[in-house]
Design a protein around this ligand. Structure first.
Ligand SMILES: Nc1ncnc2c1ncn2[C@@H]1O[C@H](COP(=O)(O)OP(=O)(O)OP(=O)(O)O)[C@@H](O)[C@H]1O
Length: 664
């Protein structure tokens, strides 16, 4: 161990003292005042110890992987490296320019070495950890002389409760100052912190807000995690916009924001207590959120939770996809109708969201405390429809359950009965159903008792019931009984702001988790397709894309299945304003949005110029892993975390692309 006294750098301290107070200056003063025993030449920890440490920090390593991989390729060409350190300053991972990695080792900038300020003096990793803030430490600003060959830019990564859980750093030689590096490190650290929030307990509600709607999808989006109406997690952007600090955790959200309880899936206005106008969305948590979720039970040993308050989330149906804005007026009218005892008939193509609409209706209606009982009238064998709907007495027929059955109409008592595919109900049964609905009584099979029932009635069909009535395939009296109030669910292709919705759904089904994006060309095709299977077909396709393409892909039109693409190739349009607003970027700008961050002006432009497409990065990563696996495809697929057949398919497509690019 080589210990240096701070006095060795007294001259520089004097020089720096003339400058305005900065985190570097304050760090120098700490180094001078505290008599740290500094290590100029520390030994890295043993491989086994480093491995154990990496295992302990598996979470942050996993959260940071997309950024480390993207940055490694990006900064390598600028002879730089990207470094991930844990909350104590120990370097867990380093990647980038191979030549500079070797040089960095000479000053112990390598995995298994701690760069805590108390061990290595003023340096970007240690000082960012100390201040919990981003910092650049360039050349001579390093306290230890040996480290002055470095130019380092570090930004802290936060847990949802404000604890610094690590640092992301971009380092290079001090002979060049990379103006873009500070902004890039900050953006990526924020992206990782946001990913931590996104992956925290799905039962919590997520309130996302910003000054403009175009920023709601950007890395600068402010996020609050809510348990009931209490703030249990946040990011730095939220603290900044609210003008608060981490002490806002565990406070009721209405102490900070007005109008938060009117939020839904589409951006709506809200205000800070200081009157700043914002736009926000609210994604309700999935499942019961009454109990404080274990994952946020003061994980950092932070504040003791206060008991949950009685105020509940705004009306809606947590866990259900939200309805298009255009459907809100129909929903309001249907609600009044069902609450007034009228029967609702939903008509629309298959997969257009009739059941989802019915569930929303139930969740907001006067019947919401009761059950939602769905009966698929088309799927029941004719011989069973009657017993299924009306129930039966014990021993009513051979094969009947000994204890009898209440039947679906009685089960729906106090709630909503949803008769799906009503157009497929056999004619004979239509008569019995009509009687039960008119009299609001059911008579179970084998019984002479009539039992009163009361429920909200919603039916759905993708047939044209009125022409069925004309053809005699559906009883006119039942038709009029079912359609006191008629709602037509428009097909997906008619949805307004379809491109924006497609991006949002792609993220929701897993695209965001895998850092995948839809390129403008793909979006163009998806928005122009006629979607006969509507939402159901869309989700199946989006899930397939996420499952089959490698993480990090920028999905192009030619990645889409043949049925989506028109014959004769694709014209590739320029990025439109709408797609930009929806978070879609053309390949050349496939880096996180820099909006709102304050890196040096040249930073992002420089980053974009250096930035390869995500597809190039995927190709390079896959090729590297295959080479490292000695061309054993099964092994490479295991390392990449995809199925072997996926990798073969990917290789097939990649070689077709290469062949197409090759000049004749
Ligand atoms: N507004 C929406 N946003 C996102 N997803 C939706 C929306 N509406 C429906 N979906 C999804 O589409 C799928 C089909 O929806 P749903 O079952 O409500 O359609 P349907 O019209 O009842 O279909 P069918 O007539 O075939 O029974 C479901 O997986 C549902 O989650």
């Amino acid at each position: 161990m080589n210990s240096l006294t701070p006095l060795a750098s007294q001259g520089l301290l004097d020089k720096i003292k003339g400058l305005p107070a900065t985190s570097v200056l304050r760090s120098w003063e700490r180094c001078a005042a505290n008599g740290y025993a500094l290590h100029a030449d520390p030994n890295p920890m043993l491989q086994a110890d480093l491995q154990a440490r990496r295992e302990q920090h598996a979470r942050i390593l996993q959260l940071a992987q997309p950024e480390i991989e993207t940055l490694a390729s990006l900064v390598a060409s600028a002879r730089s490296v990207v470094v991930l350190a844990d909350e104590t300053g120990v370097i867990l991972q380093e990647a980038g320019c191979t030549e500079f990695l070797r040089k960095a080792e000479q000053v112990a900038l390598q995995p298994g070495v701690s760069w805590a300020e108390s061990l290595r003096g003023t340096n970007a990793i240690g000082t960012a950890l100390f201040d919990a803030a981003a910092v650049r430490v360039h050349g001579e600003e390093h306290f230890l002389e040996c480290n002055r060959v470095l130019s380092c830019h570090a930004a802290p990564i936060f847990s949802p409760r404000g604890k610094v859980i690590g640092v992301l750093d971009i380092s290079s030689e001090a002979t060049t100052l990379h103006a873009y590096a500070m902004g890039l490190a900050q953006i990526c650290a924020r992206q990782i912190s946001n990913r931590y929030l996104d992956h925290t307990d799905a039962r919590l509600h997520r309130l996302v807000f910003q000054r403009q709607s175009s920023l709601l999808d950007s890395v600068e989006r402010a996020i609050l995690l809510l348990e009931e109406d209490r703030i249990v997690g946040a990011n730095e952007a939220a603290l900044h916009l609210l003008g608060g600090d981490w002490s806002l955790l565990d406070a009721p959200v209405h102490d900070w924001l007005d109008g938060w309880d009117r939020m839904g899936d589409n951006p709506r206005p809200l205000h800070t207590r200081g009157g700043t106008a914002l736009l926000g969305t609210l994604r309700p948590g999935k499942g019961p959120a009454a109990a404080r979720p274990a994952s946020l039970a003061a994980p950092d040993g932070a504040a003791t939770p206060r008991p949950a308050r009685a105020r509940r989330l705004p009306a809606g149906a947590p866990g259900l996809p939200s309805l298009a804005d255009d459907l809100q007026p129909s929903m309001r009218h249907a609600l009044s109708a069902v609450n007034a005892g009228l029967a609702i008939l939903l008509q629309g193509e298959t997969g257009a969201g009739k059941e989802i609409f019915a569930r929303h209706l139930h969740a907001q209606s006067q019947w919401r405390q009761g059950p939602f009982v769905a009966v698929n009238c088309g799927a029941l064998p004719e011989s069973l429809v009657e017993s299924e709907l009306f129930g039966y007495e014990a021993g009513a027929f051979t094969g009947a359950r000994r204890e009898g059955s209440r039947g679906r109409l009685r089960e729906a008592h106090g709630g909503v009965l949803f008769l799906d595919e009503i157009g497929d109900m056999p004619l004979l049964l239509q008569t019995r159903l009509l009687r039960a609905l008119q009299e609001r009584e059911v008579q179970p099979l084998g019984s002479d008792k009539r039992i009163p029932v009361d429920f909200g009635l919603v039916s759905a069909t993708n047939h044209d019931l009125s022409s069925m009535v004309e053809n005699g395939a559906f009883r006119a009296d039942l038709y009029y009984r079912l359609q006191d109030f008629d709602v037509r669910l428009p097909p997906l292709r008619e949805r307004r702001r379809l491109r924006e919705f497609l991006c949002q759904e792609f993220k929701r089904v897993g695209g965001a988790d895998c850092s995948m994006m839809l390129a403008d060309s793909a979006l163009e095709q998806l928005a122009g397709y006629h979607w006969p299977g509507n939402y159901r077909q869309l989700h199946s396709l989006l899930r397939r894309l996420v499952a089959l393409l490698p993480p990090g892909s920028l999905i192009q039109a030619d990645d889409l299945p043949a049925e989506i693409r028109p014959a004769g190739g694709i014209a590739r349009p320029a990025a439109s304003t709408e797609s930009a607003a929806a978070g879609i970027v053309p390949a050349a700008a496939a880096m996180p949005s820099a909006a709102g961050v304050a890196p040096p002006a040249a930073g992002i432009a420089a980053a974009s110029a250096l930035c390869p497409t995500l597809r190039d990065i995927s190709d390079q990563t896959i090729e590297r892993v295959i080479a490292e696996s000695s061309h054993n495809i099964s092994l490479a697929a295991r390392k990449l975390g995809v199925h072997r057949s996926t990798l073969y398919r990917y290789l097939g497509r990649a070689s077709a692309r290469h062949a197409a690019r090759r000049p004749d």
